[in-house]
Ligand binder design. Sequence first.
Ligand code: NDP
Length: 393
Amino acid sequence: MESQVDLGFLRHALMPSWNSVSPQFRTPLSVALLAGFFTYLAIAGSILPGKLVPGVALADATRLHYRCNGLLSLLLLVGLLGIGANMGFVSPTAISDRGLELLSTTFVFSFLVCKLRVDIWSVTLVLYFSGCKSQSKGSSLKPHISGNLLHDWWLGIQLNPHFMGIDLKFFFVRAGMMGWLLINLSILMKSIQDGALSQSMILYQLFCALYILDYFVHEEYMTSTWDIIAERLGFMLVFGDLVWIPFTFSIQGWWLLRNSVELTTASSVANCFVFLIGYMVFRGANKQKHMFKKNPKAPIWGKPPKVVGGKLLASGYWGIARHCNYLGDLLLALSFSLPCGISSPIPYFYPIYLLILLIWRERRDEARCAEKYREIWAEYRKLVPWRILPYVY
Ligand code: NDP
């Protein structure tokens, strides 16, 4: 009986409700929120000023250019939402009140067809078919069709599909990271509204907000990451960006809304240290590689860099482990969960998932680099034997 009630509740919570935005427009609120969010991102991304960053050279020697105005877009959006909430146009808890509904709507969005002209952004099926038509395009648009429809739909067939001048891969990852912050802010408002704002919630919110803001401050680094340079845009990436990032990375916040945790001062201080060390390693390593790619002679930690075969950096963080940046990210992920205490494994979903993902990804990257750099990579491996964590892995 109880499970029937729970299932009924779940079905109800997942279904887009017809609580419309206004009597004139009978649109489910979750659909309106998503459509509004995507429309804002498309407009802001196209018109707001930002540094134009050249991407890595493609197979045909051309480069795409990315307008890195994510930080400005995000700050403006949060400002506009703040004003809207103050004036009573939007509810600050609109997202946290209907998290499951938004989740299912976003899932459907990432499953269905891209139809910007009409008024709905969606994605993967049409990417598949439009991709098939672009045989004559440059290497970033040239379709890679395996013949297995499911495989091609899942992994994608184009490296950098565009829609109305918008680079969809860059757009979706931006939407995911911003969506995560918006969900968190709505959770924060909900806990304030409920009179249940705790130290745990403040720490969780602070760490995530700093991480997300930092991501947008350094948005140009994104242009040289694996997702942008190597992964094609299929359902896997779209789902990862639009559903997985915002809805699973915020599990700790949802959990804290329903559970209270008493943190000692010592554990809070230790938690801050984990965050700071994680941040230092994560940002430091990614920055060193980025600087090295731009200028292979740029000093690392005040000294000339140690370089293998003229191409691989083997000093700084890249001399400690071959993927020290993953170590930093894992420490950060842990710091987002520690405010929830250790009474439940649920808030540890994100660090556990990230551990599995990054070990898998490190293996794939290792294979890619071994093939690309051959004897240079073997020499680098000898010089830096650890993959992620020195003396452990
Ligand atoms: P990296 O930024 O580590 O990029 C790997 C590439 O860097 C390699 O393929 C190679 O590319 C180059 N490279 C590797 N070693 C060296 C070296 N010693 N010197 C010079 N170049 C080198 O990987 P990712 O793109 O996977 O990750 C970027 C960041 O994103 C990481 O910090 C990661 O933690 C984070 N991330 C977070 C996720 C999350 O869900 N939170 C998911 C995935 C990543 P080339 O051929 O160009 O030389």
